[in-house]
Design a protein around this ligand. Structure first.
Ligand SMILES: [Zn+2]
Ligand SMILES: [Zn+2]
Length: 200
């Protein structure tokens, strides 16, 4: 069963904040009253969001979410596309990194959708709440997935040449005048052996 999108179109018109559109929060009261297996899909669009103090998001976060009624609440999955400003591990330059981030989370109610009576907190871990206005907020779930999807090493381009370890010159712009690094102590013995070998 699939609830028409009409509900969300109405919901959209009710919640514009200024001129920006914010669709990371969804009212799921109707879905919570529906039988297990009922699902609906909606667009995610957030034009101006502070996802995390450490993250600079450039432009909107956009995507699609599916919410499915399960026994204890909702299974919520989808994906978002966004662009982050990251700094290159090698040359330290800021660059824009487009990202495609899938997510899947469970949301359990904090109050009974029919009676309004408070419900005991979820026993399972990693479950997000459906608040007492029957709303789910995807911001935290998306923030966690975005952080998990940022690689340890972020490069402005795959073959970034990095900075000269002596003068700091950006080697992507061409070579500098520095002499090659002093050879590491551990290798000097090897070098001597090699040279002796060549001379022999
Ligand atoms: Zn770089
Ligand atoms: Zn240099």
């Amino acid at each position: 069963m699939h609830i028409a999108l009409a509900y969300f179109i109405r919901n959209r018109n009710r919640h514009p904040i200024g001129k920006e559109m914010h669709f990371m929060i969804f009212n799921v009261a109707q879905l919570m009253k529906s039988p297990v297996g009922t699902s609906l899909t909606a667009d995610i669009l957030e034009e101006n969001v502070l996802l995390d103090e450490e993250l600079k998001v450039i432009g909107p976060i956009a995507g699609r979410v599916r919410m499915r009624r399960i026994n204890q609440g909702l299974l919520v999955d989808g994906r978002v596309d966004l662009t982050l400003e990251l700094s290159c591990t090698r040359c330290l330059k800021q660059f824009e990194q487009p990202m495609h981030v899938p997510f899947e989370e469970r949301f359990y109610p904090t109050i009974d959708v029919i009676t309004g009576a408070p419900l005991p907190p979820a026993e399972e871990e990693d479950v997000f709440p459906i608040d007492d206005h029957h709303q789910i907020d995807l911001t935290e779930a998306i923030r966690q997935q975005v952080l998990l999807n940022i690689p340890m090493v972020t490069l402005c381009k795959e073959d970034c040449a990095g900075l000269c370890s002596q003068c700091g010159h950006d080697l992507n712009l061409g070579p500098c005048d520095c002499k090659p690094d002093e050879v590491d102590e551990r290798f000097s013995v090897l070098n001597t052996l090699l040279q002796n070998g060549l001379q022999a």
